[in-house]
Design a protein around this ligand. Structure first.
Ligand code: GLV
Ligand code: GLV
Length: 330
């Protein structure tokens, strides 16, 4: 009997082709995320699940799916999935690392530049016909990006791509990470900073590149924001919950820090009436770090390949819980 898979969002045809060769596909066709209750219902008789960050794959979903052989996340992060529970059930979980690192770093850098040079504000100003005098020396004064100090929190693949971009702009690059990365220090000439307070107090621009875990939840709160320079810019393309969003609003509103570039939010989509959205010194994006055509296509293909490998009982090319192959029935 052909395996049955459920895909929780329309994905690129390249991926559908790969999956369609080995399985019957059920698809959530809507533009909005599949409701949790529907997901719970749909997983009952499927062998594989290809899901998005917006889908909560918790213990109840995994328990409702007795046939499930693989969960393939269309993302590098997997904080939406109860991986411990999947491992306990011998279900491998796939993700899409590597292919999106440069694309995500491009967006983080774009947000840094936009915040420093007030691009979004300047766009609104020009577009709205507010520009009345030319050659005004005080108009839209921003900060230099080149030769500033960049502080990277989380030196994984995306953090390393960020460091590379900083070096291209002659920045002094600091980083803080659980493990010291002497390989990256040697390759890129970046400086390891042992404590978070030191990194925060020395950086002109702080960029977050950590996964969301119990250790990183609210890593940046009021106390941490207070350690930053009043001229500093915070960029978050990692996970909204790494920052205390209310404290960030306060810090930006009161001028404790100068500006921010934000792609991710505590709750997504961010509420239209969230006070954060009223601030002029913030550049916003709707969680689009990996959103280039080339990268999103590669991610879809990777997610499809993980899914197919799982259905066929093969090791997933990119597996976040490889211990299933040692201990589980995997
Ligand atoms: C995006 O946030 C991802 O984890 O891929
Ligand atoms: C993601 O690819 C990371 O390791 O930063």
């Amino acid at each position: 009997m052909k395996s049955v898979v459920y895909i929780t969002r329309k994905i690129f045809p390249e991926a559908i082709d790969i999956i369609g060769k080995v399985a019957e596909i059920k698809l959530w066709e809507s533009e909005s995320a599949i409701p949790y209750g529907t997901l719970l219902e749909q997983v009952r008789e499927i062998d594989g699940l290809l899901c998005m960050l917006s889908d909560k794959v918790d213990a109840a979903v995994l328990d409702a799916a007795p046939r499930l052989k693989v969960v393939s996340n269309y993302a590098v992060g997997y904080d939406n999935i109860n991986v411990a529970k999947a491992t306990e059930k011998g279900i491998p979980v796939g993700n899409t690392p590597g292919v999106l690192s440069e694309t995500t770093a491009d967006l983080a850098f774009a947000l840094r530049m936009a915040a420093a040079r007030r691009i979004a504000e300047a766009d609104r100003y020009t577009r709205n016909g507010l520009w009345k005098t030319t050659a005004n020396p005080g108009l839209m004064i921003g900060q230099d990006v080149h030769h500033s100090t960049l502080g990277i929190i989380g030196m994984g693949r995306i953090g390393a791509e960020m460091a590379r971009r900083g070096k291209g702009f002659q920045m002094h690059v600091l980083y803080h990470n659980r493990n010291r990365r002497q390989d990256i220090e040697r390759e890129l000439g970046v400086e390891y900073v042992a404590t978070l307070p030191e990194l925060l107090s020395r950086s002109d621009f702080v960029s977050l590149h950590v996964p969301l875990t119990e250790d990183t939840r609210k890593l940046i709160g009021a106390a941490e924001l207070a350690m930053m320079k009043p001229t500093a810019i915070l960029v978050n393309t990692a996970r909204g919950q790494v920052v205390d969003q209310k404290a960030l609003y306060q810090a930006l509103k009161s001028g404790k820090i100068a500006a921010a570039g934000i792609d991710v939010y505590e709750v997504e989509p961010v509420a239209a009436d969230d006070p954060l959205l009223t601030l002029d010194n913030v550049v916003f994006a709707p969680h689009i770090g990996s959103a280039s055509l080339a990268t999103r296509t590669k991610m879809a293909v990777m997610a499809a390949e993980n899914l197919v490998a799982g259905l066929q009982g093969k090791k997933l090319p990119n597996c976040v819980n490889p211990e299933v192959y040692k201990w589980g029935k995997g």
